[in-house]
Design a protein around this ligand. Structure first.
Ligand code: FES
Length: 111
């Protein structure tokens, strides 16, 4: 019998990260924690934030797809800059806004 395939999404524990420092940052106005330097999309996913934006036309939730900065499905605003969350490292105090483009098209303010 073949062993079970590895999970598609694994986050190393704090114990497995030698010298890892936990930092706090904000997502849509609420505090979250992540490991300094880890990929933002991983920190968000580990906290249950999987829908990072909505399709402007259909309004369907969108999330990480390529995980290498190409597809732009994971675009969020970090400290006022539009960036792919899969190419952004977690930093202490960063301010992340999800779904900002739809909010702007709809005339709603950013959080
Ligand atoms: S998941 Fe494709 S650019 Fe981030």
């Amino acid at each position: 019998m073949d062993p079970a395939p590895p999970p598609a999404f694994t986050r190393w524990s704090r114990d497995a990260r030698i010298g890892a420092r936990t930092v706090s940052f904000r997502v849509d106005g609420r505090p979250l924690e992540g490991f300094e330097g880890e990929c933002l999309v991983v920190a968000l996913g580990a906290s249950g934030v999987l829908a990072l934006r909505c399709s402007p036309a259909a309004g369907t939730p969108r999330g990480a797809f390529c995980l290498m900065g190409v597809c732009q499905e994971c675009v969020v605003v970090v400290d006022g800059e539009l960036v792919p969350a899969c190419a952004e490292p977690v930093r202490a105090g960063m301010d992340v806004v999800t779904d900002s483009l739809r909010r702007r098209f709809a005339g709603a303010p950013d959080v």
